[in-house]
Design a protein around this ligand. Structure first.
Ligand SMILES: [Zn+2]
Length: 189
């Protein structure tokens, strides 16, 4: 997506994007044995369904899609509205939607997909200070099985490395800053 980096257009688009506070995992429900890289097919399919173009020029409803070989392709800017889960405002940009090519009711994710998912999750959790319990499955919001019975939420959350989590150091830093500020105020009395 090098053509969109640092263009004035992207800068003006930015304020419309929310800071993601959730990450939702999907499968495409189409076997990755039949089609190992479904980005193009899903982009066309979603165009025919909703014609909802992203700022990056794609129609895919998700923000990212991971092929069987573990290539993640970005279709929407982080925080940009999506067409992936209509429940609980999860399409308004508050949630990053990651789809993995495959039907995980009948097959398992390829190791390369798990590695890419791990890397992408760790990157985004760190970037937006998202906690592990804000990583969710689509099936918690709908009666679909998405992302399939062969993917477990506890396993996906376990992919997050402890140093990607924000809580401890950030909170400590904040508390220290507050104390320093109070000390300064006391000195000035
Ligand atoms: Zn889904």
């Amino acid at each position: 997506m090098t053509q969109t980096i640092n263009t004035p257009e992207k800068e003006t688009n930015k304020p419309k994007h929310k800071k993601p506070i959730y990450i939702m995992i999907h499968h495409t429900a189409v076997s990755h044995e039949k089609n190992p890289d479904q980005f193009k097919a899903n982009n066309s399919y979603h165009q025919s369904m909703w014609n909802f173009k992203s700022s990056l020029g794609f129609y895919l409803g998700y923000h990212y899609e991971i092929s069987k070989a573990g290539r993640a392709k970005k279709a929407r800017e982080d925080g940009e509205p999506s067409a992936a889960c209509y429940q609980k405002n999860m399409n308004d940009g508050r949630c990053l939607h990651i789809a993995i090519d495959g039907n995980f009711d009948i097959e398992k994710p390829a190791p390369a997909q798990i590695y890419k998912l791990r890397d992408l999750l760790n990157e985004k959790v760190k970037e937006y200070s998202i906690s592990k319990d804000q990583i969710v499955f689509h099936n918690a919001y709908t009666n679909k099985s998405c992302p399939g019975k062969n993917l477990e939420l506890s396993f996906v959350r376990s992919l997050i490395s402890p140093n990607a989590l924000h809580d401890e150091p950030n909170n400590k830093e904040k508390i220290i800053k507050v104390i320093e500020y109070l000390m300064k105020l006391i000195k000035e009395l």
